[in-house]
Design a protein around this ligand. Structure first.
Ligand code: HEM
Ligand code: RCN
Length: 406
């Protein structure tokens, strides 16, 4: 029996999954430069907004040489290259607006992007793990991890709003780190039936989720709703279930038929998936359900992060242990975690109302909703414009996870 516990504890150690004690799922100190051979990619990615605004991006990409990815052997270099090609790809597809999407990705972009995606087990589209987790640097290397001392490596049109959106998301992810590193402690405490340690670790998760919400509040000072809705959101969109890109995007020189991929979404963030699985938020994954859609987004996460979520799912049930323990203060500690997650999702819904629902209402009055029709952030996968229903469903599923007094 002791051996089973030890192997179960080894299965959940975070360093096995490229998860950082200090940064959680955030890539610590991302690479910001590639060998000069890759200058054609880095010059375009680093000047994307200007190239788009001057209508020079298409010609720059079409003149790009077909580079080999062989020289990219270091993991952080591979992440930086996937990030750069992801930004160039989104810019190339959407630069003329959501109603004039490019349907073919030139092979000078498609071939290396798909090769790198295969190496990293990521899809050939800009994912959350690119533009948030690997897209940051400190302005003053000796300064603090504050938004004032952070910058992005690449950004889209939308200036400070584009940077702010990615940096606020990054700070939310960094605030999650103490909660993520508490997960192995929770699973070990359940295996050893150690109620005191379990209660402490659950309090760490609650405190971490509360600090995530504090970081989230920065959004109002760094992201402008109109610029987010009318500019940045377009570039985050994907080509899945998109009426104007039937079948998706044609990756020239890779596949003979177009392929569909979802756009970037924090639904691809491993953080909330971990807390949801740990707390048993959505037990049923019936096909076509909200939970099944969220589960499908795990294919857009780094493979090691996806595996960590699966390891939590295969571990002992925290809910069952807390229910069986019949200990009031332990049950209170569990319910505090759930309440913090409900509060975070409630706050997120308020933000979505300010940054999508209200600007969309203004656009409808301006009579150009079509412009909106093919944008897929929020993802069509959540049932088109019923993203609010999707978000409220997940919030309500979270509420239901509260353990009621027996
Ligand atoms: C301007 C700010 C934001 C807007 C307008 C927004 C909008 C949305 C929308 C429409 C969805 C559902 C559709 C989809 O998955 O694409 C969503 C999902 C989600 N968003 Fe955001 N979001 C914002 C900021 C954030 C931030 C900063 C985070 C945290 C880092 C975040 C975390 C999530 C998560 C985890 C989901 C998946 C649903 C869930 O687990 O509750 N969002 N967001
Ligand atoms: N926070 C985010 C950062 C980057 C990208 Cl690509 C998407 C999101 C997001 C937020 N909510 N849904 N997606």
């Amino acid at each position: 029996m002791e051996q089973d516990k030890t192997s179960a504890e080894n299965l959940i150690k975070i360093d096995r999954y490229l998860i950082s004690e200090d940064y959680g799922f955030v890539l610590p100190h991302p690479q910001t430069e590639l060998p000069s051979y890759f200058d054609p990619w880095m010059e375009i990615a680093s000047n994307l907004s200007q190239l788009i605004e001057n209508c020079q991006l298409h010609s720059k990409v079409e003149k790009m040489p077909l580079l080999s990815t062989h020289a990219l052997t270091d993991y952080k270099e591979q992440r930086l290259a996937h990030l750069a090609l992801g930004f160039i790809t989104m810019g190339y597809v959407w630069q003329e607006g959501s109603d004039k999407a490019q349907k073919v990705l030139p092979e000078t972009l498609a071939v290396p992007f798909c090769k790198l995606s295969e190496i990293l087990d990521l899809p050939p589209v800009l994912v959350y793990a690119d533009c948030v987790l690997a897209n940051w640097k400190k302005k003053d290397p000796f300064g603090p991890l504050s938004i004032e001392n952070l910058d992005v490596i690449f950004s889209f049109p939308g200036g400070e709003t584009s940077k702010g959106f990615f940096l606020v998301s990054l700070l939310v992810e960094m605030a999650a780190a103490p909660g993520i590193r508490a997960i192995p402690k929770i699973i070990s405490a359940v295996l050893h039936e150690d109620v005191a340690s379990l209660e402490n670790a659950l309090q760490d998760v609650t405190s971490s989720i509360s600090k995530m919400q504090d970081a989230f509040k920065l959004i109002h000072g760094y992201v402008n709703p109109e610029i987010f809705f009318n500019t940045l959101r377009i570039y985050l969109s994907g080509w899945k279930d998109n009426p104007l890109m039937a079948g998706g995007l044609l990756y020239e020189g890779v596949w003979k038929t177009p392929r569909e991929f979802s756009g970037g979404s924090a639904g691809q963030s491993s953080t909330l998936h971990c807390f949801d699985v740990l707390l048993g938020i959505y037990p049923n994954l019936e096909c076509g359900s909200t939970a099944a859609y969220l589960q499908s987004l795990r294919d857009y996460m780094p493979a090691s992060h996806r595996a960590f979520i699966q390891a939590i799912a295969l571990g002992p049930s925290l809910r069952h242990f807390v229910l069986a323990a019949g200990n009031d203060s332990l049950q209170e500690a569990f319910n505090s975690c759930v309440s913090a997650l409900v509060a975070l999702r409630d706050y997120h819904i308020q933000v979505v109302t300010r940054y999508i629902s209200i600007p969309a209402g203004k656009q409808k009055h301006r009579g150009c909703l079509f412009h909106n029709a093919v944008v897929t952030f929020p993802e069509k996968g959540t049932g088109g414009t019923s993203f609010m229903c999707f978000l409220k469903t997940i919030r309500d599923l979270t509420k239901k996870a509260q353990l009621l007094d027996v």
